[in-house]
Design a protein around this ligand. Structure first.
Ligand code: FMN
Length: 326
């Protein structure tokens, strides 16, 4: 597996991309167990941290098993971003596990976020990008990374300029999701712009977007010359993608998981979620992901329906039991 250097420290180059709602601790731990070398938290509001919101700090917490991992913050005001990053570090010091980096979100496309000038709206203001990155970099003494899109829309692709501004502000690496904000998540990424970013920057560049197999990962690296790749949706229900990529990089054959293994890992994610959030919340949230592990299995549709109505972990285990062969 290749390496990425962040401020003189070496990290694996196959990353789990941040996913609000899906990339929680339980899922991150599952991905780590299957070879995700570097993890990232769900996005955390810098303002919510600054205003002392009760629930937000938990989103930014890291456990030892998750390290190396970045904590991602979002916002648009340099002072709040710097203070938010400092709060993450203060809390992490108290917990005893520091993040590997603070990542800054410049890619979120949702209306609620961009209407505040945050997330991918920052792509419209390159001067502000540099100010935010340098304010955060001055406030903390761990690396600052940035995750961005190609630009706001097809008529305003400015990722090279934006990434250079991030580098000038002191970013240690940039991850580029090869779509514009206007594209949201629609199919089709354009890695040619990511290749231009890689050629223009001295810091590591990570390619992201539509990587659903080892073949996609190797192609993304070939097309962009990037130092690594970050995977989001391709890992949902398929954390084995990290093992598949490692096998392809090493020229080893990859054996996909058996049905038993898929059900076992789905249940393990539920167990981790119960440990983290308690059974009531974990059972409700499991409706988002358990079904993904059953893709292509016979009888999966019926099982998914039953899972949606399950109200306890014991019930979920009972519903999934017939899918075990062993
Ligand atoms: C459910 C979901 C939540 C996401 N949340 C975040 C987030 O919190 N921060 C972020 O930078 N990107 C977020 N993204 C974007 C992903 O990190 C990634 O850039 C995008 O999905 C493209 O990669 P993929 O094709 O591998 O999914 C999210 C994507 C999804 C599907």
């Amino acid at each position: 597996m290749g390496k990425v250097w962040l401020c003189g420290k070496e990290y694996p180059n196959i990353w789990l991309a941040p996913m609000a709602g899906d990339g929680d601790r339980a899922f991150r731990l599952i991905c780590r167990e299957h070879g995700a070398g570097y993890l990232c938290s769900e996005m955390v509001s810098a303002k919510a941290l600054c205003y002392g919101d009760k629930k937000t700090p938990a989103l930014a917490r890291i456990t030892g098993a998750e390290s190396p991992m970045a904590v991602q913050i979002f916002g648009s005001e340099p002072e709040f971003m710097a203070r938010g990053a400092s709060i993450v570090i203060e809390n992490a010091k108290a917990d005893g596990v520091l993040p590997s980096a603070i990542d800054i979100n410049m890619g979120c496309p949702v209306h609620k976020v961009v209407s505040n000038g945050e997330g991918s709206a920052l792509m419209k203001n390159v001067a502000l990008i540099e100010k935010i990155v340098s304010a955060v970099a001055r406030a903390i003494n761990i690396p600052v990374t940035v995750k961005m899109r190609l630009g706001w829309d097809a008529g305003s692709i400015n990722v090279v300029e934006a990434a250079k501004a991030a580098e000038a502000g002191g970013a240690a690496a940039v991850c580029v999701h090869a779509r514009t904000r206007a594209q949201m998540y629609s199919p089709g990424v354009d890695f040619s712009h990511v290749a231009k970013v890689k050629a223009a920057l001295g810091i590591p560049v990570i390619a992201n977007g539509d990587i659903f197999s080892a073949h996609d990962a190797l192609e993304a690296m070939k097309k962009t010359g990037c130092d690594g790749v970050a995977i989001a949706r391709g890992a949902l229900g398929n954390p084995w993608i990290f093992e598949e990529i490692a096998a392809a990089e090493a020229g080893r054959e990859y054996t996909p998981p058996t049905k038993d293994e898929r059900v076992r890992v789905a249940l393990r994610q539920l167990e981790y979620s119960i440990e983290d959030k308690g059974e009531r919340v974990a059972v409700v949230e499991s409706r988002r992901y358990l079904g993904r592990y059953l893709k292509g299995m016979s009888g999966a549709t019926k099982v998914r329906e039953l899972l949606c109505r399950a109200s306890s972990a014991a019930e979920i285990r009972k519903i999934l039991a017939p899918l075990y062969e062993g």
